[in-house]
Design a protein around this ligand. Structure first.
Ligand code: NI
Length: 134
């Protein structure tokens, strides 16, 4: 049984490597390398595949899941500039892949007791990544 909770956050980012020239960053990252940043409305889906607790009927109480996602992800990233406000991205390019990996790794210790964690992170309606630690 898999339960999924959706959360949203808005954040700005710029894709570039500090150790590359502006020309190379432009070539590889194009518009995403805009020096004045740009924003996305991210949608995060956090899934837990686990067993139903026969006492409560829950895989996890959604209130608990909601609070964990708020503490670990949305309170940290909502209305932030990921490159400038969030130390985890000072030296890690905030691609949707890397953001998803960081979210997963930070959620895992709080959720692994309930089942197998997997996440989806949508950067746009057309682009998303899925990650389950593998
Ligand atoms: Ni972008």
């Amino acid at each position: 049984m898999k339960i999924v909770r959706r959360a949203t956050f808005n954040a700005a980012h710029r894709l570039y490597r500090k150790d590359w020239s502006h020309e190379k960053n432009d070539e590889v990252f194009g518009l995403c390398n805009n020096v004045n940043y740009h924003g996305h409305n991210y949608v995060l889906e956090v899934g837990i595949d686990g067993k139903i607790d026969p006492e409560t009927g829950y895989v996890i109480d959604v209130k608990i899941l909601k609070d964990i996602i708020s503490n670990v992800v949305t309170d940290r990233y909502d209305h932030k500039n990921l490159n400038m406000d969030c130390p985890e991205f000072f030296d890690l390019n905030p691609t949707v892949e890397n953001i998803a990996m960081v979210c997963y790794n930070n959620l895992l210790p709080h959720l692994q007791a309930y089942g197998k964690l997997s996440i989806k992170l949508y950067e746009t309606e057309k682009n998303w990544v899925e990650y389950d630690g593998e």
